[in-house]
Design a protein around this ligand. Structure first.
Ligand code: NAP
Ligand code: GDD
Length: 337
């Protein structure tokens, strides 16, 4: 039986990866913070809370990292934990750098010292491309991060590459574009949209307040992206791979697709901060713009080219953006029943 340790197992990707590995017959261990608000909520939603072994874990705590690595000697170590909300990283730049950047240096050095046979996966991100230098972006595209979050992840990415090259460690980075699901945190824009439209479809009156509606993302379904993570660690040689859908969609269109799934037709009027989304049937305002959600710096056109993952890992996403919006909106609507 193979064994794996997942940091961030209480998060969206951690829960899907844990389920995927359990289904493959792995013994699954996970790291959780003492202060976690929902340490097993998502695991319970997937029906696997009793099947994983949870350990106290914090990326800021070197001794705890060393302890689990020495003790468990797992075959595969997936680092999915992070201060993952880009918007907060401008207010928490030091903390974000410590957890997302130095946290990875702590893990890599412990693996090198205590468990060099363990294969390592690092959760890198399309945010590293930031002010994009090429469209679409692939593994060779130069990074230009635009947020403290992106900078911290670029540090972690290069640290992983460095340990691979210096110590011949099997350490790979998945450069993942945005991926969402009904388990997505409610602070991220897709889930904020689907939870609020579900509330409005159930009779709620308060409009959904959003920031930049023209912003675009390359969105996929998280359940498929964790399969790519696993595939990377099954390769003979460690390497870095982009996982992306290759389709770009505006925030406004994600609102439209989610609304359609809930039988709401949205008509857009006005522009800039005056723009509003109206319910075509009642004329009521469903969506309004609140500039407090604008970011100090936005990224360019993030659009991924996942052809290396397709050719080497045989990984191709199947869930379309419309299916994804619909899956999330209906799940949130049903949860309010
Ligand atoms: P998520 O749902 O926000 O989960 C983040 C996880 O990290 C949570 O389990 C959280 O635990 C844990 N965590 C936060 N700070 C920690 C610390 N100091 N020590 C230990 N654990 C800590 O994120 P996700 O969407 O699953 O993303 C997984 C990873 O992929 C992250 O590293 C993210 O940056 C990266 N990524 C995500 C996407 C995406 O679109 N989802 C794209 C590219 C890369 P608590 O429960 O205690 O908060
Ligand atoms: N969160 C949020 N809330 N974003 C909004 C809002 C709002 O009310 N209105 C507009 N947006 C825009 C943001 O300005 C951004 O351009 C876009 O929606 C997506 O924001 P998020 O959903 O917060 O995700 P993200 O792209 O910044 O970060 C996610 O994807 C990265 C991969 O590129 C996170 O999962 C990161 O951890 C991940 O690395």
């Amino acid at each position: 039986m193979k064994s794996a340790f997942i940091t961030g197992i209480s998060g969206q990707d951690g829960a899907y990866l844990a389920k995927f590995l359990l289904d493959k017959g792995y013994e699954v261990h996970g790291g959780v913070r003492r202060i976690s608000q929902q340490s097993d909520t998502r695991l319970r939603k997937l029906g696997i809370a009793g099947d994983v072994k949870l350990h106290d874990f914090d990326l800021a705590e070197s001794n705890g990292i060393a302890r689990v690595i020495r003790l468990l000697q797992v075959d595969e170590f997936y680092n999915l934990a992070a201060q993952s909300f880009v918007g907060s990283s401008w207010d928490l730049p030091i903390y974000t750098s410590d957890v997302n950047g130095l946290g990875v240096a702590r893990i890599l050095d412990c693996l090198r010292t205590y468990s060099p046979h363990t294969r390592f996966y690092q959760a890198s991100t399309s945010e590293m491309f930031g002010l994009v230098q090429d469209v679409p972006q692939r593994e060779t595209t130069r990074f230009h991060p635009r947020s403290p979050y992106g900078v911290s992840k670029a540090f972690a990415h290069y640290m992983t590459v460095n340990y691979r090259e210096s110590f011949d460690m099997h350490a790979s980075c998945g450069i993942l574009f945005n991926h969402e699901s009904p388990l997505r945190g409610v602070e991220f824009v897709t889930r904020k949209i689907t939870t609020n439209l579900a509330r409005i479809a159930r009779g709620g009156k308060e409009p959904l307040q959003l920031g930049n509606l023209d912003s675009r993302r390359d969105w996929g379904f998280a359940g498929e992206y964790v399969e790519g993570m696993w595939s990377m660690l099954q390769q003979q040689k460690a390497d870095d791979y982009v996982l992306a859908s290759g389709v770009t969609t505006t925030i406004r269109d994600f609102v439209n697709f989610s609304g359609q799934a809930l039988d709401m037709e949205i008509e857009w009027v006005g522009s800039g901060v005056q723009e509003r989304g109206l319910d075509r049937k009642t004329g009521a305002t469903i969506v309004a713009v609140d500039p407090t959600y604008y970011r100090p710096a936005e990224v360019g056109l993030l659009l991924g080219d996942a052809s290396k993952a397709r050719d080497v890992l045989d990984w191709t996403p199947r869930v379309t953006i419309k299916d994804l919006a619909s899956m999330m909106a209906i799940s949130d609507y049903d949860a309010l029943h």
